[in-house]
Design a protein around this ligand. Structure first.
Ligand code: TYD
Length: 208
């Protein structure tokens, strides 16, 4: 069996950089790595980007913004495909799967939208539990500073209030899901990478 690692955190926390560095770390040690993300790059993921993330006219169906429930179901549908077609087969083949976001994003973000947490957990029950989830935590003020340098911003990116709620939700989720490990994302890229490697080594050595 392979290993399934997830990187989570608010927008601007540095997830994609750290996912890539961790993938390289494993590859240097001769492991076969599958680096992936949610929303995925499949037709489902593209639909989500159009309907949910870009905002504006494209996010409107029949004259109204799509409902928060429909949004959660779209993320879950994308995830169901991701789990069945990519994650499970890769784990079975003994690979290291690293995903930039997973169902914890749905819990943190869609809960912040006002949906019921237990409903969201139930909806995502099909999603296999990762071996370890790295939660890159940083204050919203810093994440907003980093995001504002990006040219493309999702609707979530733009709203500091929502980001604050999402950060708090992630921290509350970390109390509930023991696989979630909090890493301080204010440190330098190299230091964060080292912290992640230490956590991963510790987790994989079986000393929990
Ligand atoms: P992001 O990681 O920013 O993707 P990209 O940079 O490729 O566009 O994710 C897009 C947004 O989607 C982000 O603000 C978090 C949100 N999101 C949810 O609300 N629920 C989910 O289940 C997922 C996976 C993402």
């Amino acid at each position: 069996m392979g290993t399934f690692i997830v990187i989570e955190g608010i927008d601007g926390a540095g997830k994609s950089t750290q996912a890539r560095l961790l993938a390289e770390w494993f590859e240097e040690r001769g492991k076969e790595v599958v680096l992936t993300k949610e929303p995925t790059d499949t037709a489902f993921g593209k639909l989500i980007r159009r309907l949910v993330l870009t905002g504006g006219r494209e996010g409107i169906i029949d004259g109204a913004r799509i409902s928060h429930e429909a949004e959660a179901l779209l993320f879950a549908a994308d995830r169901a495909e991701h789990v069945e077609k990519l994650i499970k087969p890769a784990i079975k083949e003994g690979k290291i799967v690293i995903s930039d976001r997973y169902f914890y994003s749905s819990l943190a973000y869609q809960w912040a939208r006002g949906l019921n947490l237990e409903w969201l957990i139930g909806l995502n029950r099909f999603a296999v539990r990762p071996d370890i989830v790295i939660l890159l935590d940083l204050p919203v003020r810093e994440s907003m500073r980093r995001i504002n340098r990006r040219s493309i911003k999702s609707e979530f990116d733009r709203i500091a209030e929502l980001q604050k709620a999402v950060r708090e939700n992630y921290l509350r989720l970390a109390e509930r899901f023991p696989e979630m490990k909090i890493v301080n994302a204010l440190a330098s890229v190299e230091d964060i990478h080292e912290d992640i490697v230490e956590l991963v080594k510790h987790e994989l050595s079986g000393e929990k």
